[in-house]
Design a protein around this ligand. Sequence first.
Ligand code: ADP
Ligand code: ASP
Ligand code: MG
Length: 866
Amino acid sequence: MPPAPPASDRWIVLKFGGTSVSRRHRWDTIGRLAQRRAGENDARVLVVVSALSGVTNELTAIADGAADSDVRLLQLEQRHREFAVELGLDPEQVLGERLAALRALGVDPRAGGRDLAWQAELLAQGELLSSSLGAAYLRAAGLDFGWMDARQWLQASLLPNQSPWAQRLSVSCSTSPSEGWSAAFRQQPARMLLTQGFIARHEDGGTAVLGRGGSDTSAAYFGALLGARRVEIWTDVPGMFSANPREVPDARLLTRLDYYEAQEIATTGAKVLHPRSIKPCRDASVPMAILDTERPELPGTSIDGGAATVPGVKAISRRNGIVLVSMEGIGMWQQVGFLADVFARFKKHGLSVDLIGSAETNVTVSLDPSENLVNTDVLAALSADLSEICRVKVIVPCAAITLVGRGMRSLLHKLSDVWATFGRERVHMISQSSNDLNLTFVIDEADADGLLPVLHAALIDSGAMPVEETSVFGPRWREIAHGIRKRDTPWWQGERQRLLAMAAAGTPRYAYHLPTVRARARALKQLSSIDQHYYAIKANSHPAILKLLVQEDFGLECVSLGELQRVFEVIPELSPRRVLFTPSFAPRAEYEHAYGLGVTVTLDNIESLQRWPEVFRGRDLWLRVDLGRGDGHHEKVRTGGKESKFGLPVARVEAFVARARQLGTRVIGLHAHLGSGVETPQHWKQICDELGGIANRIGSVEIIDIGGGLPIPYTADDEPFDLDAWGAGLAEIKAAYPGYRIAIEPGRYLVAEAGALLLSVTQVVEKDGVHRVGLDGGMNALIRPALYDAWHDIVNLSRIDEAAEGVFDIVGPICESSDVFGKRRRLTVATTEADVVLVADAGAYGFTMANAYNLRALPKEEVLDV
Ligand code: ADP
Ligand code: ASP
Ligand code: MG
């Protein structure tokens, strides 16, 4: 048996947050974990708990004087009684006294004036109740648990210049134990102890609280006071992530952080850890861990002094409710002591300033609501004081969005997409911390919604967030929470020999796997909500693919005369009724020709009707409308909204229909296509719904064409599109508009995964630390990466079994700096001249967009069937 550690090193502190204590099975986990820890080398365990989830919110509302406080108190009592029953406990016996205390606080004479000491006592009841329930439950389960009142052990320290509010409701505690303290603590008879987070003893002997989320800090104080082996924060996510996982599903787990980075992430908004909880542990060298009560087997995040230093952005966080105070004064910088006067006024109101920005005549500062009481009274008093020396403007509510990581200054060149994203919003303030650990943007709160996922993706794409560093970055939240629906093994893995043989006959060469096209076609045909299927041949107009899809009962959608000619050359017997012509800004002759062929023509503007009435007179057509917005995987593939050249604005539909009527032209189809590579199935449901409404107004419409744009999973993390959910959504809408047939016209979905581009390695070159693999085709053969920053998986087909441990930029032979297929891609270090490289998922918009730039020959094409 290992020797027993010194008494001071025996403690392990476990803190369980609100959601971790609100369900019976989680208390079972708490008991199990505590026992397991107690078994670790003769440890003693201190469990610190929060109030049941939502309880502190309710108590805060009552402390703030909510009109329905009586009802809220009753509901709180009820909730705890019910939970006691759920835990198999007698509510009266376990909670009787505590609930009486809660009721008494409700009618306390101090309530009227919202006395701060009364507020603290009221807020403390949540933790007192939850810990009483928990201790009783664990004891009933036979565990050796003692219950302690945290107020006996944590002493609030009053800091200079703190407002009375902060001195009572946002306190810090002392972390240097007296001799007597440690001795007394060790005397506690039970092996395992349970106490409250959030609460402490005020200097006057009453109650003080540590501020919202402060239970983490209680645990840290105990950890520091006890010199604990570690402090574990158990919550509802398995660690600290690179962004709030609830807002950014692609956020990555941060497996290991040093205290300073963790501090910065917590301070700038990652609610998972209370910002004041890190310093006590850091000062006492107590390691911390963040773990998930529901998934206790996951490793979580470790925070300690020994974490490796990896430069780059680790996290992006957001704080809401930020108050900006902008102060204008003429020529103030020349005035000695101006800033001292300004800050004296903040000090007078007990306000601690967060960010500071200054200009010749303006100083702007931000106030963080988690550190300050910033209600309207306080702001009015501050403004009145400040207006004696300057013009004051208060801007609320703002959001502070912060990038956190080591070496922010040296990353600026990688942040161009981040700047561009913010460029669309009004940025009130940008601040860079002097410790080079953060960069903060303050914008209006309303503008911040939806921004974090975009910024997070931009940080990864630009390389500013080095997610390939596995010593820091772990899996995505999405993967942890839902598991990844894996893509099927790609067809080309089973066809390697054939593909290598094809490549030997010359590269660049596209190979199309017809069984894959067939499988996608059949999957779409299976959906009962869709009546007519068209294939958008611009994705890939190879004759074998056209023939196959026509056999599978797809019609064909063309956008030019050239495409129409291809279709009838390849399948002369094809009925023109199965062909759509949906051009953009085509010359008049193309429409005439199309009508001559008997195919269905789609028009998307009124001007053509007006200028060329004889082309459309007496004919049928489909109308393409613009529903006012675009969507899709890249700005360049969004085909709706003001910026896009496609579609008739909905507001002009009436005029179009009136003009068509004059010409005896019937609008029999209604079409919209807002973009490509859209990942949300709801997108088409919404389109269908809107088109149905417009069709009802037009009267003559028989068919609604909801376009294409179905995505495919280009990256290993993309989930396959949920066709069933998509079909079900459409079926709902169809039921609402039973009079119309529904048509779709996908391209990519049918053919992208069926195609691979085969290339040969020309050169492998190192320059300034970057290793590049050159290929004999680039943006001339496949333009998607250059044009849309599109991702394609890239593998060394010749050496597919070798570990891909080298990191390379994969480039083509074209004299353009955008001729890059992928950056920082992994291939085997043995990659060398003449190896065959396969670029996956290149069946759509590959050959059809290829070009002869630099007078390089077009790629060859080949099909594989069965
Ligand atoms: P507890 O009640 O256990 O103290 P909190 O709600 O205070 O839990 O903190 C956990 C929550 O913090 C998570 O559910 C998550 O929504 C939020 N959060 C915000 N930012 C982050 C982040 N960067 N990493 C992990 N969680 C975060
Ligand atoms: N119960 C307190 C709150 O909700 C403290 C905590 O949960 O950490 O703010
Ligand atoms: Mg918390």
